[in-house]
Ligand binder design. Sequence first.
Ligand SMILES: [Zn+2]
Length: 501
Amino acid sequence: MSFEDHLARVRARVPELTVEQVRAELESGQVVVVDVRQADEIAQGRLEAAHAVPRGLLEMLLADVAAPDQRVIFYCAGGTRSLLAADAAARLGYADVASMSGGFARWKTQGAPFAVLPVGGSADVEAGRSGPDVRQVSPASVTGDVVVVDVREEAETQAGYIAGAHLVPRGFLELRIGALAADLATPLRLVSSGGVRAAWAAVDLERLGYLDVAVVDGGMQAWIAAGRPLETPRRLNLADRLRYSRHLSIEEVGESGQLRLLDSKVLLMGAGGLGSPAAYYLAAAGVGTLGIIDSDVVDRSNLQRQILHADDRVGTPKVASARQTLLGLNPDIEVIPFHERLTSANVERIFAGYDLVIDGGDNFPTRYLVNDACVHLGLPCVHGSVYRFEGQVTVFSPRTGGPCYRCLYPEPPPPELAPSCAEAGVLGVLPGIIGLLQANEAIKVLLGIGDPLVGRLLHFDGLRMKFRELKLRPDPECPLCSPGATWGGYVDYEQFCAVSL
Ligand SMILES: [Zn+2]
């Protein structure tokens, strides 16, 4: 039987209720409501009156929250898992069951109230219980040609699972098994912590028509005791899965990409107009380490665009203010402040260990220092600058074929030709736009996805609302990054203007 056929039969047996009907029944107080989603889903919010009984624990825990003669309404995220759960409850002897159509998603979109409540109970609920009578196989007999399915909750599998096993939490088993085993004759071996949940799951797979279903006798405990091979790949913890869930559902990022971001170290030159939005979004995105170099203190005139800072922090070091804001947003990352001016003497100490630099610097001496250090150390540099209503961004990455800053401007202009400090101004939102473009490029480079702005300069005109792209070519004679160049050390140019954008 296909899953669709199976679901159609369940639908014929289990009444479905609208959100309004469930609300009315809740008001009457004569009903038990059960949330059968995974624990991590329930933790994000649920009906205040609902009991949290993840589908995998239903057969074991339902009796704790409802008697067989009570009316029980089940819901899940979208209405499918709860149909199956209500059907399972009916087989356990619950005579009056129903499922909420559209699930918690529809409940929320219709504006019905919900609460974020802790989900208790991490102890192993299988301990001391027995399951239905199904075929058992010893851990030693599980080899080669069988498909092993681990039906535990995701959090339980973090400590290790059977090498090669498919991880399908019990609540999703019927929905996903078809993709793992299209042929009903596929030998399926189910495992849970002690074998009880797996046994209940096996019954339901046989109901779907699978012919060769067995349970690993004694579950993971017996598997580990027998010294059988385990796999323990790195996983995101539960809190991170929630925080980065919108990344996890993008194929190009996913769990491995998010882990890579968490392992990444980005150095920001400046906690000013460009560094603020870039750092803010990189922290939110879960870039695990952010180093910030800035020797300034917060000035009230900064607040028009430097969004990491706040009015009550005027006079405090920008790096401390930035750190406070970033950790408030994401306490799991590390923010390393460098409250010092970048010089030839400290540049290599500060840059050591970073994967990428975001240059939001505001003066020529540091721009050249940052560029020279990035080329010398082999770091990509995401460069941005703003002036009045305009900004530009590019990625300097000679190692992947693009130019460096010195390819374009071998030496700084003489002081008399540099823009005057007094004239420099910028529309407050402009660095926000350019800084976020820098953050976007940084994430692409860190993940190795897309088409970074290497060898391309993107120019933005905020008044005319136009983006323009210019091609940038490496200078074959570049004194720094050309194949024939020899490293001549760092140069401290004279500090002739700090426009402080
Ligand atoms: Zn160059």
